[in-house]
Design a protein around this ligand. Structure first.
Ligand SMILES: NC(=O)c1ccc[n+]([C@@H]2O[C@H](COP(=O)([O-])OP(=O)(O)OC[C@H]3O[C@@H](n4cnc5c(N)ncnc54)[C@H](OP(=O)(O)O)[C@@H]3O)[C@@H](O)[C@H]2O)c1
Length: 239
């Protein structure tokens, strides 16, 4: 039974990924700063197969501890989905140092440190190991008011491509998915005008849902994607 670690599994895309990986039979470990009723329901339904902790991804020591606890509980870590992120919207000229630091610490350093700790475990023992980073279309396309967030996501894509080359010889695959705007709490602050503009320029004519992205993550973190590494898959309705 493979073990998958998913960061930010309390809601939104992360929760949907946790559900899918449990459905396919994996043991799953996840964390977020606070829990949720949906996640608590999954814990009671999949007792012994879902490991949950609360921690802040901005804290490297906490990430290290979490990965150690998962390895101790489940024996190995085969797949990692680095999903936890925050977005603080606003034009750069008036942005606060604290907001820039928070996005860099959670989205970029948090994902890098998490993956480093997981890779240390994978190098010892893992079955068809894979790492999937959750980026965003704004990394490649840009979006006003999201420049710092976009920088963190573009950083993750560069990280994925380099790490894929570094870890390919060890059999560890590294890919990223780049969703378009999704109907989750993260995008809840989008104005109606902005939402209409996105839908109008999307060939498939709607915003994405977590379910639209989950299938790709399920595939990339499975042996079915065994010859795919260093790729960024855009999932944005044709944008
Ligand atoms: N929504 C979109 O439009 C969209 C578009 C493209 C890409 N994405 C990407 O998709 C991923 C998931 O986004 P989403 O829309 O599902 O976001 P979301 O609904 O806000 O969920 C984010 C998850 O990450 C956790 N998290 C946030 N900060 C954390 C921290 N410091 N430490 C630990 N956990 C933390 C949250 O839990 P806590 O708050 O309790 O910590 C939550 O479980 C992100 O990487 C995002 O950048 C989203």
């Amino acid at each position: 039974m493979p073990t998958s670690l998913v960061s930010g599994g309390s809601r939104g895309l992360g929760l949907a990924v946790v559900e899918r990986l449990l459905e396919r039979g994996d043991r799953v470990a996840t964390f977020s700063r606070s829990g949720s009723e949906s996640l608590a329901r999954l814990v009671s339904r999949h007792s012994g197969r879902l490991f949950v902790e609360t921690l802040d991804a901005a804290d490297p020591a906490a990430l290290r501890g979490f990965v150690d606890h998962v390895a101790a509980a489940f024996g190995s870590i085969d797949h990692c989905v680095a999903n936890a992120a925050i977005a603080r919207e606003g034009v750069l000229a008036t942005s606060a140092d604290a907001d820039i630091d928070a996005m860099l610490a959670v989205n970029l350093r948090g994902s890098i440190v998490l993956v480093r700790e997981v890779v240390r475990q994978m190098l010892v023992q893992a079955e068809h190991p894979s790492i999937t980073l959750v980026s965003s279309v704004v990394a490649a396309q840009g979006s006003p008011g999201l420049a710092v967030y976009a920088a963190t996501k573009a950083g993750l894509e560069g990280f994925a491509r380099s790490l894929a080359r570094e870890l390919g010889p060890r059999g560890i695959r590294v890919n990223a998915v780049a969703p378009g705007f999704l109907e989750t709490e993260l995008s809840a602050s989008l104005s109606e005008e902005h939402r209409v503009r996105i839908v109008r320029r999307t060939p498939l004519g709607r915003l994405g849902m977590p379910a639209d992205v989950v299938g790709a993550i399920d595939f990339l973190s499975s042996p079915r994607a065994g010859f795919i590494t260093g790729q960024v898959l855009t999932i944005a309705g044709g944008v």
